[in-house]
Design a protein around this ligand. Structure first.
Ligand code: 9D3
Length: 239
């Protein structure tokens, strides 16, 4: 997978995409993540990537011109490099977007070869860029962040760990919670007793069938207690 990230704040991406699973996936060549500083795509002498809103209103709007220049160049490079490949999917991180869910992350990880993520910021993005170039707007939830950079990192992390080969055996993805709509059972590691708190006896029993039955019951009970909304969704989906 190729991921081009277009942002006014490329330094924000130093770190989160250089650790753990994403770092290893990049080293393995499973994903090529490229950062693009939107200011580099301005053509005026002040290199202005944002400007005041037409019609009045507080806050700056990301200008169409550098966004179009950057977008057109990334798409042209992709075509030149692999003329037969499908065109990149252009995603804008935006509070107006549909909320990213695991099922969509699954689909995107399986189907998208080349992703361009444009990070919104300030009051938003000139609507002409959205109309002409953006395939999909994505939010990560209904709370206000200062920009679309963290959501872009969330999206990339959610996708990259789903790429075939990205997870080691220890992290295996197919037993992930959310996939079947239930939370995971509680987990413990050594020591078997800590400050008077014991690990549930059944987990030390070595009795595989009993352990699996206990875990299944725990998953249901915990989901009922902590995330009843998931159970309602599940019964709706299965009903
Ligand atoms: C004043 C109206 N606001 C829209 C709800 C303006 C606004 C607030 C915050 C415009 C941009 C932002 C910055 N946030 C994002 O760009 C963003 C975001 C978010 O704030 N929450 C969850 N997901 C996302 S994806 C991009």
């Amino acid at each position: 997978m190729i991921v081009d990230i277009v942002t006014l704040f490329p330094e924000m991406f130093d770190g989160p995409l250089d650790e753990s699973i994403v770092k290893r996936a990049r080293q393995q060549g499973l994903v090529d993540i490229r950062l693009h500083d939107l200011r580099e795509w301005t053509r005026d002498k002040h290199r202005k990537a944002d400007d005041e809103m037409f019609g009045g209103g507080a806050g700056l709007v990301m200008k169409a011109e550098p966004l179009f220049h950057c977008h057109d160049e990334l798409v042209a490079r992709a075509r030149a490099h692999s003329p037969q490949a499908s065109k990149p999917l252009v995603v804008l991180t935006s509070p107006q977007g549909a909320k990213l869910e695991q099922a969509q992350a699954r689909r995107m990880a399986a189907e998208v070869e080349h992703l361009i993520v444009v990070c919104g910021h300030y009051k938003g993005v000139d609507e002409r860029f959205i109309d002409a170039c953006v395939d999909r707007e994505l939010s990560i939830g209904d709370y206000v962040l200062s920009g679309g950079e963290l959501p872009a990192m969330v999206l990339v992390d959610a996708l990259v760990r789903l790429l075939p080969g990205a997870l080691g055996n220890a992290e295996s993805a197919d037993t992930d919670s959310l996939e079947d709509g239930l939370l995971e059972a509680p987990v413990y590691t050594r020591p078997a007793e800590f400050r008077g708190m014991a690990v549930p006896e059944v987990l030390l029993s070595g009795h595989h069938a009993r352990i699996e039955a206990w875990r299944a019951a725990q998953r249901l009970e915990r989901t009922r207690r902590k995330r009843p909304d998931l159970l309602e969704m599940k019964s709706r989906n299965e009903g």
